[in-house]
Design a binder for this molecule. Structure first.
Ligand SMILES: *Cc1c(COP(=O)(O)O)cnc(C)c1O
Length: 372
């Protein structure tokens, strides 16, 4: 059996409604900031429960623009997670600021208890990452935010419809950034991103920043960027957005199915603690094994047709491209430990129970006869 990681062919197997939207677009030629973008923004704000949503060119820009709007720049530090995708750090770097990393919890997100220790005179913002679709402990983040007057921009790129104590991820701070990249839970046909906020001033600034700072055709109020969500991508988003709740529920049910099976493999497979007060969206489904088993298990799974992955084998702070930040091996022990132990399995909404059962059986088969 082959269990693929990417489900995009299934997701877009019946593209006729999208093609119809694109045919309509061709009649008007409103390829940039057409009415489809405003429609998507309205639907997205409603879905997440914010006053405003602003479509931008990528998830990376959905993090960069709010930082820029807050006046973060050269010489400033932004606190974020040591275990995240490069784009979080990339967004901070793009505006000239420096990443200040914080280690992870056993459930793979920034440890909010370590946040306060990372605050310095140079800190200008906090960027928690709801990595894998698992909410950060936002009570503690907002406590530190208030205490030091530091704005929060959430990296919600992997966490659409995740919530923490009943509040959706992305809505806690000054703004939250989401990615519409083909690999994310709400995905379009190329790059795209969206920012949510409840602050009318932030909304206004972000609309300027994404479109060259143009107030109107002839007047420029600030330097900005070329970072608009394409009308074509908004058409895809408008088609898919009504399915987002179902997508989330399906992923959660799939994760529960894995959890139930892997709990019986205690000693071989370790699951992250599942907190009662959060609702995850399982952008990724990760579990841990002993480091001596990780690479052999990965190879066994891949050879058996299961496209298992590791997110990520080399922690960001140990990457060559970030060496100038001055971190050294061992600075983030939890992140390091997890990087050697984690495995990700497909968990998407198009995965069948048969495929999941096969994944589980292959993990069991690998460990059959092995000692702890
Ligand atoms: C995908 C992702 C981003 C960036 O999104 P793009 O749309 O690829 O620019 C940022 N942060 C995290 C955690 C992501 O997973």
């Amino acid at each position: 059996m082959k269990v693929r990681y990417s489900y995009l062919q299934q997701q877009f197997a019946n593209p006729e409604p999208i093609f119809e939207g694109i045919r309509e677009l061709l009649k008007t030629g409103e390829f940039t900031l057409g009415p489809q973008v405003a429609e998507f923004e309205g639907k997205f704000a409603k879905l997440i429960g914010t006053k405003y949503a602003i479509g931008v060119a990528s998830g990376t820009d959905a993090l960069k623009l709010p930082l820029k709007a807050l006046g973060v720049g050269h010489g400033d530090e932004v606190i974020t997670a040591a275990n995240t995708f490069i784009a979080t750090a990339g967004a901070i770097n793009e505006i000239g600021a420096t990443c200040k990393f914080v280690d992870a919890t056993p459930y793979y997100v920034m440890d909010a208890e370590l946040l306060e220790k990372a605050v310095t005179k140079k800190t200008k913002a906090i960027m928690p990452v709801h990595f894998t679709g698992e909410p950060v402990e936002m009570d503690q983040v907002m406590y530190v935010s208030k205490k030091y007057g530091l704005p929060v921009v959430e990296d919600a790129c992997q966490s659409i419809l995740c919530n923490y104590k009943g509040t959706n991820c992305g809505t806690f701070g000054a703004a939250g950034g989401f990615s519409l990249h083909p690999l994310k839970n709400l995905n379009v046909w190329s790059d795209g991103g969206v920012i949510v906020t409840n602050d009318p001033e932030m909304d206004k600034k972000l609309r300027l920043l994404r479109n060259h700072g143009l107030k109107n055709r002839d007047e420029i109020s600030t330097f900005g960027y070329n970072s608009r969500l394409d009308s074509i991508q908004a058409i895809v988003g408008n088609w898919l957005i009504p399915q987002t709740v179902d997508i989330t529920n399906k992923r959660r049910a799939n994760a529960q199915f894995y959890d139930d099976a892997f709990r019986k493999m205690d000693g071989f497979v370790q699951l992250a603690p599942r907190r009662e007060h959060v609702k995850q969206c399982f952008h990724l489904y990760m579990f841990e094994v002993d480091p001596k088993h990780r690479d052999p298990l990965l190879k066994f799974l891949v050879d058996a047709g299961v496209e298992a992955k590791v997110h990520y084998p080399i922690p960001l702070y140990q990457q060559e491209g970030l060496a100038h930040l001055g971190y050294k091996a061992g600075d983030f022990p939890v992140t390091d430990k997890q990087a050697k132990r984690i495995v990700s399995l497909p968990v998407d909404q198009h995965l069948s129970r048969e495929e999941q059962t096969y994944c589980i059986t292959m993990v069991q088969e690998y460990f059959a006869g092995k000692k702890h």
